[in-house]
Ligand binder design. Structure first.
Ligand SMILES: [Zn+2]
Length: 346
């Protein structure tokens, strides 16, 4: 079968865009292109883009909205399967329309989208997910839709710095003070993560919502994402009290060495950390770490303290490993990382 695929590729240049189910969708291939006519079938003449993406020496014109971008056909077809299909295979060049001496292709993106995307494609700009969140979102969306895999991968790699797939990296991130506005930017990037099918970034992205102070920001998210978050948030709210029940209450029954201290600890936690409001507004993965910092905990003997540390570690590892499934994104982290691998190969 691999053999036939290989052979197929030699004479069917569009095969690469259609054989992988997990790849960015090919549905966009046709919907991304317009026929360049208004309802009366008459095209309105475009105006030149004032951006750097209008190249006087270009040999093809892309029209987005009513703005023209003069580009280099070879560069675009070399980097994007969709452009290649549009310009070469399907020849979607708008029936004979020309502008500034070049054939015209009309696309459905707005002028703003196309300007940002082309500038990224040419390497004129490199938006940062936090500082230029909107251009970053646009560029990532377009690189997915137009199947510019190298660009898409670079953007996603940049995102992975803040959307960890393992607990150790998550902890490292939370140990350093995060720049102001980070959570806001990452909340707004969340829908794009789903849109471009970068699902391995989604559990940490959804988890980040626990750390967002401005709940109004969360409410702006699409309903399906909100539902995932609030469902898990409700599920996890009982996990910490259960953990306290297991790790603390049970311990003080069995360890004679620190008997009184375990029970003091429990009453202190019960008044401080088990309040529903506190549990509701704190990150379920960070909450158990506070236990280690309580003065009462530090009074435990070494053996008891180590045991508590071990239970906390086990509890957090377990919760982290369950995140993909809890958020209903995949069966496990392994499955999501395999998806990443398969996308990286394209
Ligand atoms: Zn002890």
């Amino acid at each position: 079968m691999a053999e036939s695929l290989k052979r197929g590729q030699e004479y069917n240049p569009s095969l690469e865009t259609s054989h992988a189910g997990s790849q960015p969708n090919k549905r966009m291939r046709t919907s991304g292109v317009t026929d360049g006519s208004d309802r009366n079938g008459i095209s309105s003449p475009p105006s030149k883009s004032k951006s750097k993406a209008y190249h006087e020496d270009g040999n093809l014109v892309i029209v987005a909205g009513d703005v023209a971008f003069k580009v280099h056909r070879g560069l675009l077809t070399g980097r994007s399967n969709i452009f290649r299909d549009m310009f070469v295979v399907g020849s979607q060049l708008s029936c004979g329309e020309t502008f500034d001496g070049c054939p015209v292709v009309r696309v459905s993106e707005s002028e703003e989208y196309m300007a940002i995307f082309l500038k990224c494609l040419y390497g004129y700009m490199w938006p940062h997910p936090l500082h230029d969140e909107k251009p970053f979102r646009i560029a990532l969306k377009c690189s997915h839709k137009y199947q510019v895999y190298t660009l898409r991968r670079q953007f996603l790699d940049k995102l992975s710095e803040n959307y960890p797939t393992d607990l150790a990296t998550f902890d490292e991130m939370n140990n350093v003070p995060q720049p102001l506005g980070l959570n806001k930017a990452f909340t707004r990037l969340l829908p794009v993560i789903f849109e471009v099918e970068a699902l391995w970034l989604a559990p940490a992205g959804l988890y980040n919502l626990f750390l967002v102070e401005d709940k109004l920001e969360i409410d702006q998210l699409p309903g399906n994402i909100l539902l995932k978050f609030y469902r898990v948030s409700a599920l996890l709210s009982t996990e910490f009290p259960k953990f306290i029940q297991n790790a603390v209450v049970r311990e003080y029954r069995y360890h004679a060495c620190c008997n009184g201290k375990w029970s003091d600890m429990h009453s202190e936690i019960a008044t401080d950390l088990l309040e529903p409001e506190i549990i509701a507004c704190m990150s379920p993965l960070l909450l158990p770490l506070f236990l280690e910092t309580l003065p009462i905990t530090k009074k435990l003997c070494q053996r008891c303290f180590t045991e508590l540390e071990e239970s906390i570690k086990e509890y957090r590892n377990d919760m982290w490993s369950k995140l993909p499934k809890l958020f209903d994104i995949g069966e496990s982290w392994e499955e999501l990382l395999k998806l990443k691998e398969s996308q990286d190969e394209s």
